[in-house]
Design a protein around this ligand. Structure first.
Ligand code: SAM
Length: 286
């Protein structure tokens, strides 16, 4: 990917490029962010919507490029975001709706799109303390599931989402969309099974694994005594023995009806809201 960006500090205040051609090389690079390889190489990703971009900037995420539709020109909030982008050494592109549709692959695209630098936490950055809950996902495959889990973890007050093994990318367009902005609020870590097992031992947290063969009802676990890592299995094959055997508890959510199992994101939501039930109250809603 070509480096169209300036170094932070090298300000060109007020610079806005107008782009109407789909063949523009900057637009080509932005469109390439739909590929995982290009996201990894550039260390960036795309987020759509003015509110999301404003929230991300407020949370201190670094913006590389702001793209907005001609129709959004002059709107005070868009102008503010554009000024912030330029002040941080980023590019601002004013584009036609056709270009915006092709960048987001949508017929009715959002008026504003931000290209941000990816941010990952390391396992050793996570030091769970009392009342903290973390989610660990074994080889999560589905981008919509991961996005929904990141959003749910944020809403339940969890501290981080840990991706164990080969997982779908939290910075794909589909996942970012499904997080509804929570990708900017929830720390995400990726690690191997061995790294996770070594870290869980020294973390001081209890690991509560979910399994369709679990003998323990998930509502009977004491979630207050220690920080908790809720460990969830892969959508197709469930949790492998190497992870299930290392857990402190292996629990099941009782079911009725014909369904074999719950959807991964739904099961994660059930677990998180039970594990944090004693910590969640309507009085504390923002
Ligand atoms: N065929 C898979 C299996 O045999 O485990 C089904 C996996 S299920 C779609 C995905 C994950 O959601 C499971 O690995 C588990 O972590 C969780 N899950 C779904 N339903 C559950 C239940 N009733 N009790 C406990 N965990 C459940």
């Amino acid at each position: 990917m070509t480096d169209h960006y300036q170094k932070p500090g090298a300000r060109r205040v007020g610079q806005v490029k107008e782009v109407t051609s789909l063949a523009n090389p900057i637009i080509k690079d932005i469109k390439a962010l739909t590929n995982k390889k290009d996201r990894e190489e550039s260390g960036t990703f795309m987020a759509e919507g003015l509110k999301l971009v404003i929230d991300a900037l407020e949370l201190g995420w670094s913006i590389r490029t702001l793209v907005y539709a001609k129709a959004a020109k002059g709107k005070p909030l868009v102008e503010q975001v554009a000024a912030k982008t330029v002040a941080h050494g980023g590019l601002v592109l004013e584009v036609s709706e056709k270009v915006l549709s092709s960048v987001t692959r949508r017929d009715n695209p959002q008026m504003v799109v931000g290209i941000f630098e990816q941010r990952w936490k390391r396992l050793d950055d996570l030091k769970p303390s009392q009342n903290e809950t973390l989610v660990a996902l074994d080889r999560v495959r589905d981008p919509g599931n991961l996005g929904t889990i990141i959003r749910t973890a944020d809403a339940a007050g969890a501290s981080a989402v840990i991706l164990v093994g080969e997982s779908t990318d939290p910075f794909s367009l589909e996942t970012v969309r499904a997080t509804m902005g929570s990708v900017f609020a929830m720390p995400v870590v990726k690690c191997s099974v061995d790294e996770f097992l070594a870290w869980q031992k020294r973390s001081g947290a209890q690991v509560v694994a979910t399994h369709l063969a679990g003998a323990v009802d998930y509502r009977t676990v004491d979630y207050k005594k220690k920080p908790t890592i809720v460990l969830m299995g892969n959508e197709r094959s469930g949790l492998p023995d190497v992870l299930a055997n290392a857990a402190d508890r292996t629990v099941r959510i009782p079911q009725q009806g014909r369904a074999d199992s719950l959807n991964l994101a739904v099961a994660t939501a059930v677990m998180l809201f039970e594990a944090r039930r004693h910590l969640l109250s309507l009085d504390e809603t923002k």
